[in-house]
Design a protein around this ligand. Structure first.
Ligand code: TTP
Length: 217
């Protein structure tokens, strides 16, 4: 069938193990080829950069960079940032910065923005989107922050926490897409892929899993 998921090669332009796990959940075959095209976060005054604009720009950069080495493929790029008081927080450089980020986030609401870009390497066409999730972190004592940072979990995560890990105990409430916080908003990604004819729940699934429904019994 023309334009179906079985015929488009998917490439994930990411080094993130979380994004690999999340994309694997969709059950579509893909290869991983990380990009190094991400820009450092802007150091300007608070409120000068919109988190969704920033995440989208980085997602597109990553996808376009990797698309150059995969002719004919559909390339997926994503980027996630945390925003607090108009400032963007990326991944902490060291444990001290992780402590400072968690100290600032503790007891407050912040926002997590992810951008996703799907680039068709054969035409250069791109489909993009963003999602914003509100996240409430409970108050934390200094000892709790130290203990959490000592686990190492915060080190490669935007905002220095992982909602999908031990960090789940720090977050009593969110509003918006959970997968957006983990780094790849799956409902958005499925919508973007469908624009290229890749359907997560296309008829190929029925052929691949013939059961009572498919046989008509
Ligand atoms: C807030 C939060 C972020 N994160 C992660 C998702 C991303 O991997 C990371 C944000 O960094 P990114 O720069 O978006 O991604 P990355 O450098 O890990 O991977 P790549 O650029 O190669 O795609 O933070 C979590 O895993 N859990 C969380 O709760």
């Amino acid at each position: 069938m023309k334009g179906t998921s079985s015929q488009r090669r998917l490439v994930l332009a990411s080094s993130s193990p979380r994004r690999v796990q999340l994309l694997a959940m969709l059950g579509l075959p893909f290869v991983q080829d990380p990009s190094r095209a991400e820009e450092p976060l802007p150091a300007g005054p608070a409120g000068t950069v919109d988190p969704e604009d920033w995440a989208l720009r980085q997602a597109l950069r990553k996808a376009k960079d990797v698309a150059r080495r995969h002719p004919g493929a559909l390339v997926i790029g994503a980027d996630t940032v945390v925003e607090l008081d108009g400032r963007l927080l990326g991944k902490p450089q060291d444990r001290q910065e992780a402590m400072a980020m968690l100290g600032a986030l503790a007891g407050r609401e912040h926002r997590v923005a992810s951008g996703v870009a799907v680039v068709d390497a054969s035409t250069g066409r791109a489909a993009t989107g963003t999602r914003l999730t509100r996240v409430w972190m409970r108050p934390l004592t200094r000892t709790e922050i130290e203990a959490y940072v000592a686990t190492g979990e915060p080190m490669d995560k935007a905002g220095a926490y992982a909602i999908q890990g031990l960090g789940a105990t720090l977050v009593p409430r969110i509003e918006g897409c959970y997968f957006n916080v983990v780094g790849l908003p799956l409902p958005l990604l499925a919508d973007l892929l469908s624009l290229f004819g890749v359907r997560v729940l296309g008829p190929e699934r029925i052929l691949a899993h013939p059961g009572p429904g498919a046989s008509g019994r």
